[in-house]
Ligand binder design. Structure first.
Ligand SMILES: Nc1ncnc2c1ncn2[C@@H]1O[C@H](COP(=O)(O)OP(=O)(O)OP(=O)(O)O)[C@@H](O)[C@H]1O
Ligand SMILES: [Mg+2]
Length: 478
């Protein structure tokens, strides 16, 4: 069992807030460290101490603090150098210099170099606490500001999500709003609408971004297996449990657990999940210790959960637990204005990935893409564009690179199936004839243009025209 996974949290909302602020004291004198520690801890600050500059830097590298109280005269490092180094490592961190009487000049220099304030030894407790409060408040406000700016910057560009339709813009706003909280989110939408992508965006825009995003497909597993995967087990919990194993709830500690396909989860497993959601506690299968974790839950379903509740297939209490914030992802056919944007986005992605020269989708190809109903939603569009990019030799994707059912062509294979009397070679000749006639029509029966677009010499095209009995003279006269 991992100690790190066990987070002791008080149950009431307010009390579970970490501390008044986190402070790192860097001072080589033990007596100073201890008295500062006591003073600050009594005021509710989380305090850590370091006895040297090196140790202080190491601490700052390990975790984030609101404030550093930095002794200007450390034996191992020049205080000013250390200040510069800390600022390099964490530019937003508040630093208060602590100086001995008589070194005020240096303290002023330190402030010019970015320290928030300086305190002279021996200090006045009230004044020191007021300075610490102000510096922590300033740091927190700045952090919030940085986060807000980041969210704004990414407002319509959550990493790799595109969309400009009204419903998608609303979803982007909603994601920005809900991401910073730890509220449970329920994502509903047909297959391929982007539920997992949105779940990841929520995680990446949350304060949990540095911690794991752990997806688990709850619908596709037998309940026993799912339980052992989610909660972990101790050695010997069941026959095949030859060693203890951590559960995904622990792996996702302080991160996000994405419960996918939740609509098809068994009622039994539903009640176990409900218990973790309610108590934030669970046990390894076969274990005796209760573990407490801090996990944000995002759930997704492509079935109507409310309907499942009405039919008794989904627990109503779990539904309400999950349904704190619901995001409905509309099917692609209801936001067709996103199709050109998405198609262009995937075209870029796959031409780069496959090192293809493809750069554009022709208007003739875009038309059927807009007309199609996309039962597989964005995933289907992505696959269609990837295929077109791989098949294309030039810079453009035309309708000929789209699958037949999308381009509105009857496939050559279906022609073979219909014409039981004809041989494969007859059918292939028919197809060849059809393609050449279509191209000639497009080129106003100008053979030179057609040969160019087929990337063959004019003589080759003429031979084919003759062999396939295409009546070119008659057409040209018309
Ligand atoms: N708005 C979007 N912008 C860019 N890519 C998208 C968008 N929506 C979906 N995709 C892409 O489409 C594919 C399917 O998305 P995702 O896996 O998130 O769908 P899903 O709703 O979870 O589907 P399923 O229910 O089948 O699991 C992914 O490759 C994803 O990157
Ligand atoms: Mg999915």
């Amino acid at each position: 069992m991992s100690e790190a996974a066990v987070i002791v949290r008080q149950t009431s909302g307010e009390a579970s807030l970490p501390t008044a602020g986190s402070v790192l004291i860097i001072d080589d004198e033990a007596a100073i460290r201890e008295s500062l520690e006591t003073l600050l801890e009594l005021e509710g600050y989380g305090v850590e101490s370091a006895a040297s500059g090196e140790e202080g830097l190491a601490r700052i590298g390990e975790r984030s603090f609101d404030l550093v109280l930095l002794d200007l005269a450390l034996p191992d490092r020049n205080g000013m150098d250390l200040l510069a180094e800390i600022r390099l490592q964490d530019p937003g961190l508040s630093i208060i210099m602590v100086t001995a009487y008589g070194t005020v000049e240096n303290a002023v220099k330190a402030m010019q170099a970015g320290a928030a304030n300086f305190i002279q030894k021996p200090w006045d407790n009230e004044k020191l606490l007021a300075d610490v409060r102000a510096a922590v408040a300033r740091h927190r406000a700045e952090e919030e500001n940085v986060q807000l700016k980041r969210a704004l910057k990414q407002r319509y560009n959550f990493e790799n999500i595109v969309g400009k339709s009204e419903p998608m813009l609303k979803i982007f706003d909603l994601v920005a709003q809900v991401a910073p909280s730890r509220s449970t989110v329920l994502l509903q939408g047909e297959s391929g609408t982007g539920k997992e992508l949105i779940a990841k965006a929520i995680h990446l825009n949350s304060p949990r971004r540095e911690r794991p995003f752990v997806p688990v497909n709850t619908g596709s597993m037998p309940p026993d297996l799912l339980e052992s995967i989610l909660f972990g087990h101790v050695k010997g919990a069941f026959t095949s449990a030859v060693a203890s194993k951590k559960g995904l709830f622990e792996i996702a500690d302080r991160g996000t657990l994405f419960l996918d396909e939740i609509g098809t989860m068994s009622l039994d497993t539903q009640s176990k999940i409900l218990r973790v959601l309610q108590d934030k506690k669970f046990m390894h299968l076969g274990g005796i210790h209760e573990l407490q974790v801090d996990v944000r839950i995002i759930a997704a379903t492509n079935v109507d959960l409310k309907q499942q509740v009405r039919e008794g297939k989904f627990r109503e209490d779990l539904f309400y637990r999950l349904n704190v914030i619901t995001i409905d992802l509309p099917p692609l056919r209801q936001r067709k204005e996103d199709i050109p944007l998405l198609a262009g986005f995937f075209l870029n992605r796959y031409s780069q990935e496959n090192e293809r020269p493809t750069r554009r989708i022709t208007p003739e190809a875009l038309r059927p893409l807009l007309a199609y109903s996309w039962p597989g939603n964005v995933r289907e569009l992505e696959n269609v564009i990837e295929r077109a990019v791989v098949l294309s030799a030039g810079v453009e994707v035309g309708p000929e690179l789209l699958p037949d059912q999308i381009a509105g062509r009857a496939s050559a294979f279906s022609a073979l199936e219909r014409r039981t009397d004809a041989s494969l070679f007859d059918i292939m000749e028919d197809c060849e004839r059809q393609i050449i006639v279509e191209m000639l029509e497009k080129c106003n029966w100008n053979q030179t243009d057609a040969a160019e677009r087929f990337h063959v010499p004019l003589s080759t095209l003429n031979q084919k025209i003759k062999r396939l009995n295409i009546d070119i003279k008659k057409k040209v006269k018309e």
